[in-house]
Design a protein around this ligand. Structure first.
Ligand SMILES: [Zn+2]
Ligand SMILES: [Zn+2]
Length: 316
């Protein structure tokens, strides 16, 4: 179903629109064979709190960014290769509903859709794209995935020593192996986690133990020079990407979750299993042979591979 969108003008136009929305903040996205499969607003669990993010699902990458102006301007573009993606279902937990994990070797995080239906749609479309991409490239799915970071607000004390109370001075750190929120002394060691980085990363003392033992069993040298202690004046290396810039007050995550307004349903293109009215059609049919006129509820903007069989025509 995605295949017939390849080379279609509608697809090219949608991708150009996405590029425009990111402007100079984004990468060029139009490459041969790439199809925009769907788009929509999803709530991403960030380090401090849940935040709305614009997501674009292509047949080979997942792109998301911060919403500067709804439907018009986005920044902080992130591009995730789909062949590295593995989804995991999340059970509803209080106000955190309709969620799932997006896991990759370098970064894993939780996202939440507005409704159970939207969650099902997103997961099904992403999984299908991953599956088809792996089939096409012959690659194997990634087995090792980065830990999902536990949000700061869930730990007022260190999850390792259970003593250190976090304050402005006693900053929170995240173990890159298990995602736990720990204090500086409890995460003073680094360990090489090749799937995530070429440099050794901060890990908690429990993980350091486990990792060191595992390596000893593999017969490697016990201590590599790179795995020295973390500098005491860790200068913000702990903060990752879009979680960094927010230096404002510690908002109440519960309150923010309630205030999120995701009234727009996600849109998936060329999906014949969806009612035609759910598809966001362009202002005119792409196909020169199309007789659908302005009745885009029947026109499906067919690909140029088969320009004479617009669905509107085929249905007559
Ligand atoms: Zn501690
Ligand atoms: Zn750990």
């Amino acid at each position: 179903m995605v295949d017939r969108l390849v080379n279609s003008e509608a697809n090219a136009r949608r991708i150009a629109t996405v590029e425009n929305c990111f402007g100079a903040n984004g990468q060029p996205l139009a490459i041969p064979g790439r199809v925009l499969v769907g788009e929509g607003v999803v709530t991403k669990m960030c380090r401090k709190k849940p935040k709305t993010r614009q997501f674009y699902l292509f047949n080979d990458i997942l792109v998301y960014g911060n919403i500067v102006m709804d439907k018009k301007k986005f920044n902080k573009q992130h591009i995730i290769p789909l062949e590295e993606v593995k989804l995991e279902n999340l059970e509803d937990d209080g106000i955190l509903k309709n969620g799932w994990l997006i896991r990759t070797p370098t970064k894993s995080f939780a996202v939440y859709a507005a409704t159970a239906t939207e969650k099902t749609e997103w997961m099904a479309h992403i999984n299908k794209c991953v599956e088809e991409l792996l089939k096409k490239t012959g690659k194997k799915p990634s087995l090792e995935h980065a830990a999902v970071w536990i949000p700061d607000a869930e730990a007022s004390i260190c999850m390792h020593c259970r003593k250190t109370q976090f304050t402005v001075l006693n900053r929170r750190h995240h173990c890159r192996k298990c995602g736990a929120v720990v204090c500086n002394p409890c995460s003073s060691k680094k360990f090489l986690l090749p799937a995530q980085s070429s440099k050794p990363l901060r890990v908690c003392l429990s993980c350091y133990d486990t990792l060191t033992k595992a390596r000893a069993n593999q017969g490697d040298s016990p201590v590599k020079p790179a795995e020295k202690s973390v500098n005491q004046d860790s200068s913000g290396e702990d903060d990752s990407e879009d979680e960094v810039e927010e230096t404002g007050k510690a908002d109440d995550p519960i309150k923010d979750m309630d205030n999120l307004s995701i009234d727009e349903k996600p849109t998936f293109y060329g999906d014949t299993t969806e009612p035609a009215t759910e598809v966001n059609h362009p202002t005119s049919c792409d196909t020169s042979a199309c007789n659908a006129g302005t009745d885009f509820s029947v026109c499906d903007a067919v690909s140029s591979n088969d320009a004479t069989t617009c669905r509107a025509d085929a249905n007559e």
